[in-house]
Design a binder for this molecule. Structure first.
Ligand SMILES: Nc1ncnc2c1ncn2[C@@H]1O[C@H](COP(=O)(O)OP(=O)(O)OP(=O)(O)O)[C@@H](O)[C@H]1O
Ligand SMILES: [Mg+2]
Length: 262
């Protein structure tokens, strides 16, 4: 067993996986996130919820170091995100990917290894191995030679999950992995996320379906520009809190919060 932590001289207790401190991010002088502070412990499956435009994707991109904060910082395993690029794996929101790009399933999975492959060499056996194992994990190994554009939406999503798994990062960020997939694929993806958690990964998943959020995740993070709540689902899926964040769009949620009352 190897670990990325050089523990010999490390007598500090294990750092949080992610520390977000006073994070403010703007686009064209409009704040998408405002003074968000939250710490995510390791080995958690965390759901990020909030209405459209709430800043969920921006939150994920800030943790990746893709967007620069106006104020505040993001620490990954206690170190500034700008210094640890590549330690966090990412599955982007589906609409943001060019599916006509001519590339096979196997090549997509192998892309997860590129950070580990020096520019002057080809992928080594262990890189190919990691890509194959990741495809097996999402049950897409049989499609290895297919063009990515020839797959269904749910299959494409699983291949992108394989790319993130192949990277071998401790932290995985997924932006709406269940969008546009059928119930069986949703279960299959959820199952892979659960297994990733069991082997010690920390997963932060943007999810828009409040009806399943409580069942799927250990903790929920409710966001709309500001952080409204972070904690166990029963504490976050609370009618007053949700009505404040979702305003008029609350019809299904009142069913949800009444469900437990019989
Ligand atoms: N590249 C960009 N340039 C300008 N404004 C942006 C950009 N990306 C996001 N925004 C704005 O920032 C706000 C937050 O967007 P973000 O994509 O983070 O929301 P979201 O919660 O992921 O929404 P959705 O549920 O629709 O995916 C929105 O008002 C959006 O219009
Ligand atoms: Mg988004």
């Amino acid at each position: 067993m190897t670990t990325d932590h050089p523990t010999a001289a490390n007598h500090k207790k294990r750092a949080n996986a992610i520390d977000v401190e006073h994070l403010t991010v703007s686009y064209h002088a409009r704040a998408a996130l405002l003074d968000v502070s939250v710490s995510i412990e390791p080995d958690q499956l965390v759901g990020v919820i909030g209405p459209n435009g709430a800043g969920k994707s921006t939150f994920i991109k800030a943790i990746l170091g893709f967007v620069k904060p106006d104020i505040g910082s993001v620490l990954i395993n206690g170190r500034n995100v700008q210094r640890v690029k590549g330690q966090v794996a990412y599955v982007p929101q589906r609409g943001s990917v060019d599916w006509d790009f001519p590339i096979t399933v196997q090549e997509v999975a192998l892309m997860g290894r590129y950070q580990k492959i020096p520019w002057y060499t080809s992928p080594r056996k262990r890189d190919r191995q990691a890509a194959v194992e990741a495809l097996e994990m999402v049950r897409m190994a049989d499609f290895a030679d297919r063009q990515i554009g020839e797959l269904s939406g749910g299959q494409q999503q699983r291949v992108f999950l394989a790319r993130a798994l192949a990277q071998g990062s401790e932290i995985l960020l997924l932006d709406e992995p269940f969008a546009g997939v059928d119930a069986a694929t949703e279960r299959a993806i959820l199952d892979v996320l659960g297994r990733a958690k069991e082997v010690g990964k920390t997963l932060v998943v943007v999810h828009h379906d409040l009806a399943t959020a409580g069942e799927y995740f250990d903790k929920l993070l409710l966001i709309k520009q500001r952080l409204y709540a972070y904690g166990p689902p029963e504490a976050v899926l609370e009618e007053e809190l949700l009505s404040k964040v979702y305003e008029g769009r609350l019809r299904i949620f009142s069913d949800l919060t009444k469900r437990g009352e019989g």
